[in-house]
Design a protein around this ligand. Structure first.
Ligand SMILES: *Cc1c(COP(=O)(O)O)cnc(C)c1O
Ligand SMILES: [Zn+2]
Length: 410
């Protein structure tokens, strides 16, 4: 059972059956899963969703699987935090943090897309899965594959943070470091998918994988009490999650689960890798690829596969895009930690730093609620914060020394 109607090219509309596929044969446009929303009417309701599991699979009717979920039983359904201290500090009425730094099992938004992709890979009968990754996707593919009993091959740029390497290797995948940047890794992965007949989640399973990102948006709407935030600020790497949050909001509107309050979507990129934000700010139709140079490595993709659709959604929704430099990113990481007790990686710092700029420039009015999408966990990239969070005092285990310390601190 299920409501999937098939695949459709986003450019020419050509229809394809449910099969492993990356692009359209006619024009190489990306293909997307389409659903029969009419058939869902009256069946997919607030009540039916609320009765589902406390994981991303509560939205399974809007996900492209045929049978039962096979992995990711605890992924998704992360907290939506009303960040009052942060809001006060920023001088705005309401800030919400959608906190995927707590996602299970690998602490980033990628556990959503991988849960869907690996379930689909098993439905298609693959025994080996893989990915090109800036780090987090590799963690998630390796962990979910271990749990599901699939073989995993993960390819990453050679210069990733050590935490990003160990965080994959511990799960026992075949890990290959590529001398090159993410775009080089991705190009090689496309060739591997064809030649070796593996399920590369971000290549030949891409249409299914990307659908998992919708669940981040579904959760925001449900957790807000079946309402849409006026403004949603989303990080942009390959450009998957931003258009999918929009698609999630639109699907809930179509199904009558939320009112259409014309939500605006904003893109956030690091200044050292900002092809999409630059194009939006300069009013260009197409973005120019860049060579990444930023501490926000998990979003350092210079030639985003879905960058074009990010621009389209941002414009259609009436949003905007921003970029933040490395110092602003680190400041935002510390701000979120200090005000809300959430430690995010530089990608999350980028998103918050861009949200702040959008507020300060007046693009996001101070009296309207804004949702900031925090997509990764800071404990994976502690190197970037080392020496930037103050110093600890060192004393012997003696009361006088502690007393001296306290006396000096006043
Ligand atoms: C992958 C990733 C993103 C966004 O990537 P998209 O390809 O644009 O969906 C954002 N933040 C973190 C931490 C990520 O790992
Ligand atoms: Zn096409």
């Amino acid at each position: 059972m299920g409501y999937v109607a098939g695949l459709r090219c986003k450019e020419c509309g050509a229809a394809y059956p449910v099969e492993p596929r990356t692009v359209c044969d006619e024009d190489f446009g990306p293909v997307e899963v389409v659903y029969d929303y009419e058939a869902m009417r009256g069946k997919v309701t607030r009540t039916s969703i609320e009765a589902g599991p406390r994981s991303l699979w509560r939205y399974r009717d809007l996900l492209p699987i045929e049978g039962e979920p096979r992995v990711g039983f605890h992924s998704g359904f992360t907290p939506l935090i009303k960040a009052d201290k942060l809001a006060a500090e920023l001088g705005v009425k309401a800030v919400y943090i959608k906190d995927d730094s707590t996602n299970y099992p690998t602490y980033s938004y990628k556990d959503r897309v991988v849960a869907v992709a690996l379930t689909k890979a098993m439905e298609f009968g693959y025994d080996t899965v893989g990915c090109a990754s800036t780090g987090n996707l590799a963690h998630s593919v390796a962990a979910h594959a271990a749990r599901a009993g699939l073989k995993a091959v993960v390819l990453v740029p050679y210069d990733l943070e050590e935490g990003k390497i160990v965080g994959s290797q511990v799960f026992g995948p075949r890990m290959v470091k590529i001398r090159g940047n993410y775009d080089d890794v991705n190009r090689l992965c496309s060739q591997i998918a064809d030649k070796y007949g593996w399920a590369i989640v971000n290549v030949n399973l891409r249409p299914y994988y990307t659908e998992g990102a919708k669940t981040h948006g579904f959760e925001i709407a449900e957790q807000l009490g079946w309402r849409l935030p006026a403004h949603t600020v989303v990080p942009v790497a390959g450009g998957t999650i931003l258009p999918k949050i929009w698609k999630a909001y639109q699907e809930f509107i179509t199904l009558g689960l939320v009112e259409d309050t014309h939500p605006k979507i904003y893109g956030a990129q690091a200044a050292g890798c900002s092809p999409v934000s630059t194009a939006i700010q300069q009013g260009q139709d197409l973005f120019t690829p860049q060579k990444p140079c930023t501490i926000a490595k998990s979003i350092a993709i210079g030639n985003p596969a879905d960058g074009f659709y990010v621009m389209k959604v941002v414009r259609e929704s009436g949003g905007w895009a921003e970029m933040a430099d490395d110092e602003e990113i680190l400041d935002a990481v510390r701000l979120l930690a200090r005000t809300e007790g959430i430690f995010t990686e530089p990608a999350g710092g980028t998103t918050l730093a861009c949200a702040i700029k959008l507020i300060e420039s007046g693009r996001i009015p101070r009296d309207e609620p804004v949702c900031v999408c925090i997509t990764g966990n800071g404990l994976k990239t502690i190197e970037v914060m080392q020496g930037r969070c103050g110093q600890a005092d060192v004393i012997d285990a003696k009361m006088e020394q502690f007393d001296d310390l306290m006396a000096a601190a006043v």
